[in-house]
Design a protein around this ligand. Structure first.
Ligand code: BES
Ligand code: MN
Ligand code: MN
Length: 464
């Protein structure tokens, strides 16, 4: 056993207990009710970072939630890895669907996690994955030192679009100067099949409001005579896609980079079982854009989805009412080279244009984010390749992910620095869903792999 593995083994329980303490803090960034807890999580993290041996640890205030920074400069001549992660989490709702409290972590065995998994909001996304880096840093510090410079930038607003992160980065370019951003906030294919994420989708997110008559009406007295905004909204949404799953917003696909046959083949050659996919989700069949595989539909193709829809009476029993208003939250996942603001504008223009005269339509943009692809022919990627080979016994497969992480494109634009997405979660870990969990195997595997990334990266970089 290497000294690194020995150290991890000896401190296993404490590494876990500390994470459990962090998971007990409900740092939900979207809900102002939890603003105090978000602060508490930042403080908790800053304290642990100091204990681990990082210098210049500081909680930087922003217009929103704070950013926690810390660094270890070994030698100015050595390369610098910037570790990014987020300590904020998604809301736990619907709470009644959790088998245990979302902020009351418990460890249970599952089929996919026979060694046990931590059940809590944020366990995988991203407290568990982010905290691996703090513990990996501690491990390096205690077993021969960190081989290159490292900076930590852990934010509290990823789940709400990272709006203040760009402002912070622009104002602190010197502080954040680095050679690569290392992020663990994605997944591996499975615990025997490592992968590195080499692409993320962008996002355009809007809320729409459809108003009919100026007040709720009796659905018998007025029903049939005026527009029902809920009916109208449903029809408008239904018209946004054709029967082949193509999005019908004019010019929506204009900037989509067409993948070559070879690229598509490579993407589709990743291990994937449609039978297992359907079984896990308890669905009879998959659905999506015609002409593309499920892997492509969920990673390299843009989408349009309703995330929530409401209006009218939704209480107990029946109330005969013709509602005055209807609402929906709609997200569009974007791929290179779609521009989130441009897509939001196209959506808005089209959505207003299809509204019948009997209703008024408002479109309110929320946060957005750019899509990103990361290269595989760099030493930054190669280091992940070698590190995962050592700990999994197999080289990782490059895959494109369907989610979004706004910093990746932003940091490249502002700082000219690219990211490596070496995540350790599983797609089945129920992030953003009830009963989110993170495997103990995955947590410790990450802590073991990260020091190897540092080692290989420093070696490869010095040869260049
Ligand atoms: N960690 C996720 C993104 C992710 C998950 C990427 C799994 C690839 C695989 C991240 O925390 C997230 O949820 N991002 C948001 C975007 C944000 C702008 C709200 C998302 O993708 O919905
Ligand atoms: Mn995340
Ligand atoms: Mn998330």
């Amino acid at each position: 056993m290497s000294t690194i593995n020995k150290y991890i083994d000896k401190n296993k329980k404490r590494f876990l207990d500390e994470l459990l303490d962090l998971l007990r803090i409900p740092s939900v960034s979207a809900d102002p009710k939890f603003a105090g807890d978000v602060k508490k999580a930042a403080k908790f993290l800053a304290d642990r970072m100091k204990e681990a041996g990082l210098s210049k640890v500081k909680i930087h205030k922003t217009a929103g939630h704070p950013i926690v920074y810390g660094e270890k400069i070994v030698d100015k001549k050595l390369p610098t890895i910037l570790v990014y992660g987020h300590y904020d989490v998604q809301p736990a709702d619907p709470i009644e669907l959790w088998d245990s409290g979302p902020f009351d972590p418990v460890i249970k065995k599952t089929k996919k996690h026979p060694k046990g998994a931590i059940f809590a909001r944020g366990a995988c996304d991203d407290k568990g994955q982010m905290y691996m880096h703090v513990k990996a840093f501690e491990t390096m510090q205690q077993t021969g030192g960190v081989p290159c410079n490292v900076k930590f930038m852990i934010e509290g607003e990823e789940e709400v679009g990272s709006d203040n992160l760009e402002i912070f980065c622009r104002a602190n370019k010197k502080l954040l100067a680095s050679d690569v951003v290392l992020i663990s906030d994605t997944s591996v294919i499975d615990n025997k099949t490592p992968s590195v994420t080499v692409g993320l989708r962008g996002l355009s997110y809007v809320e729409v409001e459809v108003t009919g008559p100026n007040k709720d009406l009796h659905s018998g007295v007025y029903g049939g005579g005026v527009a029902n905004p809920v009916n109208v909204l449903c029809e408008m949404i239904a018209s946004l896609k054709d029967k082949n799953g193509k999005i019908k917003i004019p010019d929506f696909y204009d900037d989509v980079v067409k993948l070559t046959k070879k690229e598509r083949e490579a993407i589709n050659s990743a291990p994937f079982s449609i039978t297992q996919y359907k079984k896990e989700l308890k669905i009879k069949d998959v659905m999506g854009e015609k002409g593309y595989s499920t892997i492509e539909r969920t990673s390299t193709r843009p989408t349009l989805d309703v995330n929530g829809i409401w209006g009218g009476y939704i209480g107990e029993g029946a109330k005969t009412v013709l509602p005055s208003k209807a609402f929906a939250k709609i997200s569009m996942r974007l791929v290179p080279n779609q521009h989130p603001d441009k897509i939001t504008k196209l959506f808005s223009k089209h959505f207003k244009s299809i509204a019948p005269a009997g209703v008024k339509v408002e479109v309110r943009p929320h946060h957005g984010g750019f899509p990103a692809v990361t290269p595989t022919d760099t030493v930054e990627y190669k280091a992940a390749h070698l590190a995962m080979k050592d700990t999994y016994g197999k080289y990782p497969i490059p895959v494109r992910g369907g989610g979004s992480i706004p910093i990746v494109a932003m940091f490249e634009k502002v700082m000219g620095v690219k990211s490596v997405l070496m995540g350790f979660g599983l797609d089945s870990d129920d992030i953003h869903s009830p009963n989110e969990h993170y495997g103990l195997f995955n947590y410790y595997k990450g802590i073991e792999t990260i020091p190897l990334y540092f080692k290989y990266y420093t070696e490869l970089k010095s040869k260049k």
